[in-house]
Ligand binder design. Sequence first.
Ligand code: NAD
Length: 375
Amino acid sequence: MADYPELPRESTSTRRQFLKTAAFGLGAALTMPACSPSPALARGDEEKLGVALVGLGNYATNQLAPALEHTEKCRLAGIVTGTPAKAEAWSQKYSIPQTHIYNYETFDHIADNEDIDVVYVVLPNSMHAEYTIRAAQAGKHVICEKPMALNARECESMIAACEEAGVKLSIGYRVQFEPHNLEAMRLGREKVFGAVKVIEASFGFRLQNPNQWRLDKALAGGGALMDVGIYAIQAARYVTGEEPISVTAQEVKTDPMMFKTVDETITWQLEFPSGVVANSTTSYAAYVERFYASCEQGWFELGPAYSYSGIQGRTHQGPMDFPQVVQQALQMDDFADCILNDRASKVSGEEGLRDVKIIEAIYEAIATGGKVSLV
Ligand code: NAD
């Protein structure tokens, strides 16, 4: 790893001691000693922070584990799964020793594993709070997938648990590390084309499989809004750099059987202090994925805006020219850097909480039919 000078090998506990020191800001500028190599370690890997993925579903399997092969400051060190066949397959594929494999009953023993520095919670939404809190109590830094939790109360208890344990918490907002989205943030916040006046930001897809937790309110907390609408909320906030002051919202349900307990399609309007209005749609019935900002002297847009790859952007002056990146690798490396240099993550628990509060306000606006204040 180029960022950290080589030092002689030391024991695992020395490495742990160093990481703890770095986390509290006392050794951040120093070098990181290496631990004894375990069978899972490739050359140089011993200097990286160890990440354990909790929940080996689609996102962990197809995005996060491959991304961890592109990270410079962290590596896949452990897994938590309730399925023995998955444990076996992952152990083979990623050379994960049996001592670094946990199930949901043995999860808390992760506290004793000094190779694991970060627990990454990739479970259904209703399990985010419990596993984030248990990971913090085990002394591990935590990345929790979006949406952070089912409600603001859960988010607050997750933040408190991490603070109490002295560990860092971040949310899996990968798009905040993507160059086209970063450019949109710059254009909006620096008012490059004058002040942003109107935003249209939407994200939806056609959900095909009726047998999944995303359609079960107890596990998902909500439907399209909590799953992908959250990207549109995020984008409106990070491009303006402002927090919304009020929201109105409307819901449409064309398939009441499939979407018996969760929302299918929602439109909402966020009003920001400077007068920006952000109009958004999210859906499990229609594909839509765009961000558009109309400014005083021009416009900029992203489309696709929030995908894992293929994001494109344009302004009234022409196309944006930025590389495609492995967003999750940048996101996880940034969190590792936050731990090593004792700095706050820009995708912190507080950031996750803000979005969940807005989601709650959108549901309230639908239920009441009125404008809900966010201040
Ligand atoms: P998934 O259904 O593919 O995987 C969920 C995993 O949780 C499975 O391995 C499943 O076995 C396990 N699990 C444990 N207990 C369970 C229970 N009681 N019910 C159902 N599953 C249980 O889901 P996914 O698409 O991988 O999503 C997981 C999380 O990641 C969600 O919070 C989702 O919002 C988030 N996600 C984020 C992104 C992103 O781009 N940041 C993309 C996809 C998913």
